[in-house]
Design a protein around this ligand. Structure first.
Ligand SMILES: [Zn+2]
Length: 310
């Protein structure tokens, strides 16, 4: 990329209403369908929506994008994207770029989603207690140290702050232990993890239907780790897994979204090696100078703040 690229990129996760087939009584909140549609309608007055192939063309030296171009992206490959996002985009003749996880049926839920289910079911205090009870003394020490370390970044002064602090501890320092521990808690408090996962993530049939309907797909790793927390070998395994999965879906080169927006210096090289010409972060940014660190705006957060264009 010789010049910087001006492009507004929206990032979405859950799009669901309480009780619909995406939320399905889980109690896990998301951006409501009404708010998502309202945001699309407002954005359409200010932007020209573009597709992933158009963005890829611009990155690879093709024609420039229209002014005020906007790309819609969706992370984690959850069923919300088939049930709600695809339906809405298709009706408006729009395209989205969906970052899916390379999951097989026996892989269960990623840690982040186990946490969502258990937080919704137990609440923060009971979940933290249930985890603490199951840790041995050295794990408790690790937990306490990690909590201290992240307190500056995630000040536990509000419920959101305390939730983010617990997530940071579980998803980084204790990630290996937390994966099995939360798997046990899931079976006790929610139900079969594998059965839940089967219905929770997009399956290939849905993905192919979405692709036929004009949607595009990118990589988001297999196990959704923080890329700055795992080593280079593990990073390459995660990227390679995504490339293998995407080969079944659409021809490359592809785009990638860093899990949790976590960055590592060697990622661009590893991504390039496996067929990814672009990678998206969670940094709020509208002008991009590095194709492997393209910033995005969080659509749900923007909707909570109010109009994008006041
Ligand atoms: Zn993600």
């Amino acid at each position: 990329m010789n010049h910087s690229l001006d492009l507004t990129i929206m990032m979405y996760h859950y799009i669901r209403d309480r009780g619909d087939s995406a939320e399905a009584g889980s109690g896990i909140p998301g951006m409501s369908v009404r708010v998502f549609e309202a945001q699309l309608a407002e954005m359409s007055k200010h932007h020209t929506f573009v597709t992933w192939p158009e963005v890829r063309g611009a990155l690879q030296g093709g024609g420039p994008l229209p002014s005020s171009a906007c790309l819609l992206t969706f992370d984690d490959g959850v069923r919300d994207h088939y049930i709600n996002a695809f339906r809405i985009l298709h009706a408006r003749k729009l395209s989205g770029l969906f970052f899916v996880l390379d999951r097989s049926e026996k892989d269960g839920l990623i840690l982040a989603h186990k946490i969502h289910f258990l937080l919704a079911k137990l609440g923060l205090t009971a979940l933290r207690e249930a985890i603490w009870e199951r840790l041995n003394s050295s794990e408790r020490e690790q937990f306490t140290l990690a909590e201290k370390k992240y307190q500056m970044r995630y000040p536990p002064v509000s419920l959101d702050g305390r939730i983010n602090l617990l997530k940071a501890v579980l998803q980084r320092d204790l990630s290996m232990r937390a994966d099995t521990l939360l798997g046990d808690l899931f079976e006790i408090h929610v139900g079969s993890e594998n059965e839940t996962a089967r219905a929770y993530y997009l399956n290939l049939e849905q993905i192919h239907e979405m692709a036929e309907g004009g949607m595009h797909f990118g990589g988001h790793s297999r196990s959704h780790p923080w890329f700055d927390w795992i080593d280079a070998e593990a990073r390459e395994r995660e990227i390679k897994a995504s490339a293998g999965w995407l080969q079944q879906i659409e021809p490359g080169p592809w785009a990638f979204a860093y899990p949790y927006g976590g960055l590592s210096e060697d990622s661009p090289e590893l991504l390039g090696k496996h067929g990814f010409v672009a990678a998206f972060t969670t940094h709020a940014q509208l002008r991009h100078s590095n194709p492997h660190f393209i910033g995005r705006l969080d659509g749900e957060e923007m909707a909570q703040v109010g109009s994008l264009y006041d």
